[in-house]
Design a protein around this ligand. Sequence first.
Ligand code: GLV
Ligand code: GLV
Length: 328
Amino acid sequence: MPNKPRVLLTRRLPPDGMKLLERQFDLEVNPLDEIMPGTMIVESIQDKEGLACLLTDDIDSKVIEAASNLKIIANYAVGYNNIDLSSANARKIAVTNTPDVLTEATADLTIGLIVSVARRIVEGDKFVRTGRFKGWSPELLLGSDIHGKILGIVGMGRIGQAVAKRAHGFGMKVWYYDKKRLPEDIEQMMSIHFSGFTQLLNGSDFISLHAPLTESTHHLISNRELAAMKETAYLINVARGAIVDEKSLVDALKGRVIAGCALDVYEHEPSVTPELLQMHNVVLVPHIGSASIEARTKMALMVCDNLVAVLVDGKRPPNIVNPEIYLQ
Ligand code: GLV
Ligand code: GLV
């Protein structure tokens, strides 16, 4: 067999994914059990043809410039805001992501967060564990109903749609806002109502974010938008932290401008604005939207398929996000 293509993997993946990658490639794996430092990536990437990286790796112009043989950057995530696309495009490097396989897992977590924050599950757990449960009480940990309420979904892509389906099972009404409206027959089939952004902010009881992080969604939710929400409303974010101005969110929670929030992602991940840690009406989880064994394994297989397409078969990868590199 001719020499296998050289690939850098910035963090060990679940075992099935590792086996596949090791079979196909001459693999260099980050030896540390932590995020690979940028300087190490720059150092290791120089002789590689493929890069398999995480959403926590900043693949900027410095990394791309150092990688003179690089043909593909395969992100182990659906979001790819961590990759400098214009530098990749300039060098005609394919960039791929892992859509679809994590949609249902992320939608499940979203519903979990809605229920947790509205019905105070995390608070209740702490209450029991700390020995404070002294018997059933009419006013113990009262939360908010979920059925009959309006869920406002911002970003009606795959994940937003999977959340909408689940929300109907809970008896919620679903409104959505997206820069691109879905065809009316799909809206009807899914029983979802397209609304303006302001109308969604004003009318929703729960607002859940499912948009990618781009220049236009950065701080999409800030002071003004939080002030437009109902005082009884909850904000859920499983997308990317920087879509919300975390400082404004803290102010809004302190000032009781909204009722609470549940976050899987943070503006300055992995650090979390300290005040959030003190608030009872806030549910915090550590970026685990896609963290089921099934989803993470399928994501690893997808990364492998994309690398194989480019580096072994010389083909366009199935999950390309910058197809424009193939034009001309
Ligand atoms: C997770 O946040 C992902 O983008 O896959
Ligand atoms: C991402 O997978 C989305 O389309 O929501």
